[in-house]
Design a protein around this ligand. Sequence first.
Ligand code: FUB
Ligand code: ZN
Length: 682
Amino acid sequence: MTRSSVLPVAPTRGRLRPLGLDEVRITGGFWARRRQVNATATLDHCRDWMERVGWIGNFRAAAQGRIHRDRRGREFADSDVYKLLEAMAWEAGDRTGTALDAQIAALTETIAPAQEPDGYLNTAFGRPGQQPRYSDLEWGHELYCYGHLIQAGVAQTRARGEGELAKIARRAADHVCAAFGPGGIERVCGHPEIETALVELARATGEQRYLDQAALFVDRRGHGTLADPEFGRAYYQDDLPVRQATVLRGHAVRALYLAAGAVDVAVETGDDELLAAVVRQWETTVARRTYLTGGMGSHHRDESFGDDFVLPPDRAYSETCAGVASVMLSWRLLLATGEPRFADLAERTLFNVVATSPSDDGRAFFYANTLHRRRRGTVPPVDTDSPRAESSLRAPWFAVSCCPTNVARTLALLPAYLATADDHGIQLHQYADAEITSSGIALRVRTDYPSDGSVTVRVDQSPSDHPWTLSLRVPAWTEGATARLADPDGVRRAVAPGTATITRLFRPGDEIRLELPMAPRWIVPDPRIDAVRGTLAVQRGPLVYCAESVDLPDGQDTKTHTDTGTDTGTGTGTGTGTDTDTDTDVDVDVDVVRVDPSVEPQDGPDGTVVVPGELAAVQGESPAASWPYQPLDQSPEATAEPTGIVLVPYHSWANRGPSTMRVWLPTTTQPPTEQRPPSPQP
Ligand code: FUB
Ligand code: ZN
């Protein structure tokens, strides 16, 4: 089969060959709506904000010699301009002849004069009045910014052919190889990202030196070439060589980008040991350090993974960028190994982290994706950026605004994550209404997934002289899935989670139907996750559900909540800063919800799920208010009548004004009295 050119990731080896944006089109449904909003609202939104906060202007100031005085934003602000350019390039590649081409050209013209003759390009360092180049590799993000520039250049080359942006990126990459190659600065960047970018540039250009440099960066990390920071060297994965690590640790986005780059290097160099090391890290991280949503990272202080099973829902950081990076890693591992478990995690993360971040209108974003919001909070003003990573509702922009542009580029390239090919046929990994055309095969996928679990694949075109194999991922969450050839003789057969295959001499008009049962079901957490022991969550298909206070029955859901909460981060060097929140509202509180696990959840109207339960006595009104711990036999009785609790998809929460929300739901069932714990007293 031939290789497409419009690909975010184009390995020269590996089990599966990706299909590009010129081969896969999403034509309807959940992701088509998200991509439409991304293309028509989010891209402009990001560009307008970056003009407004001066991050685009930084390039003008650099070219005009006034950057030491006028620079705005954090040290990595350049990277968000590049991520936006990458998003625009994929989007332009998808729809020819749009205004995006002119916008890309205009932004490129702004950036170009800021590049130094030797290829150096960064608005935060290196000019008179600024810190010298590479004088702060720990926090300076210079190589990280190049990484995003190079990814934007590769996107442009693949979507449109090599243009000015790609040339700027090439010059920067050549400079990196000269400055950081053998005999140069033998250190790494505090924020991985350059590794995966250089490998992709090597793939796009066929130039070995970029791959060699990426391999050098991967192998150099973990040898203490960076200073020991406040959070320890694990923060930037400089504590252990990649090959020796057994789990992802430290800053989540850094860890995931590095792992993605290590897979790229391993695949291109045939380094099975390195690939196996990353697979091992992925496995342990998924088993012990990942939220039900697929989110990663539970520490606000340093945006990092916690220890095993430290997954508090109300302190979940689960940064949107970590979700994006996790999908990047899973995609690379899927291509390398062909194993569906990587597509399973990508699906979970796409629907429950990446899709959760943007608002319905694509003009506000979650940075941190908590699984439990205890306060309604306030809607951030639309014309002010949010200083915090955890604004109570989605914010239009952040002082550290890495997430909006990361969402934008992921949605723009999303069709490339749907399907692959190999010498035997086509594999479908993610389900969306789509058209797929590759190597003489044309498929029409019809589905309303994830609202509905029916996926029909119609063969519109197929070679007439040889059979081939259609492979369908059967998600790990399914029970009772079936597949059949939808003709009168088609036998419906049960398919287990993993991969269902059908091999035949396909003819145009053949239809294959996959039925994924979508009944909502209870999810029980591992008891080692202390923070959610004794609770349940609900999942329907790949979607995690949550209780949102706006859905609680009228009149039973309020309490007076006068509270001043202070959550002080220490400042991470990447700057989530201090979060001080004063809330004197009358709160609507989902903490009163108790669910009854003896009855199965049911589908409700409009994509909701209804679970049996009750609204328990509000703590503030209970006789036990003075001390929140009681002997088991004195625990407060539930006072409310049984009721149906409406749950909504987690990705949709906080689109209806201020609310409280929780994914993990306490149950009505009390532990048996013989297991009574020692009675705590104040
Ligand atoms: O440091 C650059 C980006 O800012 C990181 O990837 C995010 O976690 C945020 O800190
Ligand atoms: Zn981010």
